[in-house]
Every structure is written in C-alpha cells, then in structure tokens.
Design a protein around this ligand. Structure first.
Ligand code: NAI
Length: 397
C-alpha cells in the first residue's frame, strides 16, 4: 500500500503509519541519548498521542523509566482510503517500544471530557496500576467539548477580541502567502472557547482522581500554556485562546487548594511555540514560526516538542534549572522570549512577502518538515516497507 501526504489548507489528512512509528522511535532515541534522570514512576497523561503530550510521555518513560497511562481521542484504520489518525499509530508505536523495555504503557482511546473516561482510568489505576499516580499531565487540545453533565457541545474559536486583525498568513497546501483577516469574537464565542480550551476539565479530572484516592502524597499536575509575545498577542494572548489559557491559571489555583492536604501542586508550564496539529491552524502563527525558527536555529535554541518537553522534565521540573515567573508559572519559553530573538524575528517577518517566504531567508522548509513528520511523512531514518490494510487493522493500541 502507498501512503500519500494529503494537506487541506494547513490540516493534514493523509497519514503514513510506518512513518509515525519511525518518528516515535526517533524521539525515543533522542531521549535515550540524553541518559537517565530521576522523576515519578507512575504517570497519567491526558492528551498523550501527539506533540507535547506524546513527547512528555516519551521523555518520562524512556528518560526516567515511568509507567504511563495515556488518554487520547484517535481513530484507527477502516480502509485504504481511511487510515485513521496519526495519533492512533503513535499510541501503538509507543506501547510496543515501552513494553519491550518492561514498562507499563496503557492506552485509553476515549473522550477525556466524559465522566466515563475518568471512571475507566480511575478503575485501571486502582486495579492494575498500583493504586496511585505521582504525576498528571494535562495536554489536551481540542476544537470541541461536550459537557458531561448537560450534554451540550461547545466549539472553540480562534478569534481576536475587540478589533479584527489583518496580517500575513500561509497556506501550506498551495504554498501561498496571503493577507488574512481574523474577525473579533462575540462574547458567546469567547465563553465557548474558554469552556473547551480552559481549565474546567482539568479541574474535574483532578477532583475525580482525588475523590477516588488515586493521587500520591506530593502529586504534581502540569498543564501547558502559551503566552507568546507582542508579535502574536493580537491573535493569541489577546484573543480567545489567551482567555482560555488565563482560565487555566485560575483553575490551577483551585487545584492547588484541592491538593493542599496531600502536598500536591498544580503547575502551569508556559511552553514554547512548536509545530503541532493545533498550532498549524492558528491564523498568522506559521508566519511567526518560520521567522522565529530561523532565528532560533541560528542561535542553536530551536526546539521540537521532544527537545522542549525533555528539557522541561529533565532539567527544570525534576532538575536544578527551573525558571518561574512572578505568578509561579514555569517559563521554559524564555528562549523564545529572549529580547534579541524577538527583535530579530520581528525584523525578519516584516520583510516577508509571497516571493521570499519559502526561501532560505526563513525556516519554512523546517516548519513544513516538522508538520509532515506529525503525520509520518519526511521522517528521518524511514525505510519504506510493504504493508496491507489488514495488517494495519490487526495492530492493537
Ligand atoms: P495536539 O493537537 O498535538 O494534541 C492534542 C492531544 O489531545 C492529542 O493526544 C489528542 O488525541 C488529545 N485529545 C483531543 N481531544 C480529546 C478528547 N476529547 N479526549 C481525549 N483526548 C483528546 O496538541 P498540542 O499542540 O500538543 O497541544 C497540547 C497543549 O499544549 C495545549 O494545551 C496547547 O495549547 C499547549 N501548547 C501548545 C503550543 C504549540 O505551539 N503547539 C505552545 C504552548 C502550549
């Protein structure tokens, strides 16, 4: 069977299952090359199948020897034309590699927003995972959420607040640079985005886990935020997504109170801009990234999700180089926010136009490769193999 890369706008539709497997193995090799570090051994990751959640899982399993439970929402193969999602194959590749090393790697493919998902995970922790977890990572990114109590479904919007934003954007399918407009959100759209991407579900998870008595004394829970810079404030920090991230700060305070009697902590981690399924569809963001990555690559500070997450857990959270801001948030994004980096990025992106955005002047090729890697294409060390749809269907997550 031939696997074909298929991009619509900036959304990847095609997938190469064997490429996804190789990409997971490449990330495992990266972590192993850094050696062992000490960190919790029983970890739950909500949103574990791609980008930041997957990278966190790989770092903790292969860097610190952790047993992991991963929750994600992915689709398996149905036919040659419908091979499912990359995260489905990432889950399988991760489990196989972890089990080879004698680690527990349990995958739940279910709607994390539901009460059933929480109950299933709690039952598993109690009955088969040793009874407690030491670390809960919340790395969900979703466009929709059904409230488990009311059954109402909310949709998030990526919109500005107040004034509309006009600026350059890129369409990777057509390799086009064009002027895009982001309309201001209505009050309802802001509230719905907070409902989907804010911290409510994170708090519900932590309450359910605490009530079920499956959290260890001293448990840590992390949640990935993005604050960005002046260059993307109009459409990110100052827009609907910024409101959702601000809600996570509020929910972190609630969770800190909830966990006080078991010496637990909720930690907001302000992560750096990386190429993911979620970030590729944020208007204007690719333009920022191709400028930023060019500057950071030249300074030796550009990171992929695995490099960033491995540094966060190995060197910052469980190492001796944490950097916190005044609000107590962990700031691994300091490399992105470095003032020279930002000044040079601004200078570069101001010069971009339809003739030069995809030349050596920028990191367009790097962004495109990282984007392709997410679906198993352009993966380093990939060797083409023959595989049938029936073989793919027989892979278990
Ligand atoms: P992603 O789209 O690569 O991964 C999202 C994960 O959530 C996947 O495992 C997916 O299966 C899971 N998921 C989605 N809906 C689900 C549901 N209903 N039930 C169970 N699982 C579900 O996202 P990415 O980019 O790794 O984002 C993770 C977090 O990191 C988000 O909070 C995002 O805002 C944050 N972040 C991302 C940055 C970026 O540049 N991409 C920068 C800083 C923070």
């Amino acid at each position: 069977m031939k696997f074909k890369q298929n991009i619509r706008g900036n959304v990847a539709l095609g997938v190469n299952p064997l490429g996804c497997k190789q990409e997971v193995l490449n990330q495992i090799d990266y972590v192993k090359s850094k050696g062992h570090y000490d960190a919790p051994k029983k970890v739950l990751i909500i949103g574990a199948s791609s980008s930041y959640g997957l990278a966190t899982r790989i770092s903790l399993a292969f860097g610190a020897g952790a047993d992991t439970i991963g929750v994600s929402f992915e689709k398996g193969p149905k036919s040659e034309r419908n091979l499912g999602t990359a995260g489905w194959y990432n889950n399988i590749a991760f489990r196989e590699a972890a089990e080879k090393e004698g680690l527990v790697a349990k995958n739940f493919v279910t709607d994390a927003f539901s009460h059933t998902a929480k109950q299933e995970v709690i039952n598993y922790i109690k009955n088969e995972f040793g009874g407690k977890v030491d670390l809960v990572v919340y790395s969900l990114a979703s466009g929709r959420r059904t409230d488990p109590d009311t059954g109402e479904t909310y949709t998030s919007s990526i919109k500005a607040i107040g004034d509309k934003v006009v600026g350059p954007n890129i369409n990777m399918q057509k390799e086009e640079f064009f002027t895009d407009t982001l309309e201001p959100a209505t009050e309802q759209e802001i509230a719905d985005t907070v409902k989907v991407m804010g911290g409510e579900d994170w708090e519900i998870w932590m309450k359910a886990l605490k009530e079920a008595d499956v959290l260890s004394d001293g448990v840590l829970t992390t949640n990935y935020s993005y604050l960005g810079t002046e260059l993307n404030r109009p459409y990110y920090g100052g827009g609907t997504l910024g409101q959702a991230k601000a809600d996570c700060d509020v929910k972190a305070d609630n969770i800190n109170k909830l966990l006080a009697d078991i010496n637990g902590k909720a930690q907001i981690v302000v992560a750096t801009a990386v190429t993911t399924k979620a970030s590729s569809v944020i208007p204007f963001f690719i333009v920022y990234c191709i400028g930023l990555y060019k500057v950071m690559s030249e300074k030796g500070t550009h990171e992929t999700p695995i490099m960033h997450q491995d540094r966060i857990y190995r060197e910052m959270i469980y190492g001796d180089k944490p950097e916190y801001d005044d609000e107590g948030r962990l700031r691994p994004d300091s490399w992105e926010l470095d003032s020279d980096t930002q000044a040079e990025t601004e200078e570069l992106i101001m010069k971009l136009n339809e003739d030069n955005f995809n030349t050596d002047m920028t990191a367009y090729d790097l962004f495109y490769k990282e984007f392709s890697n997410l679906s198993g294409f352009m993966v380093d060390n990939y060797v083409e193999e023959d595989i049938t749809i029936d073989e793919l269907k027989s892979w278990e997550y």
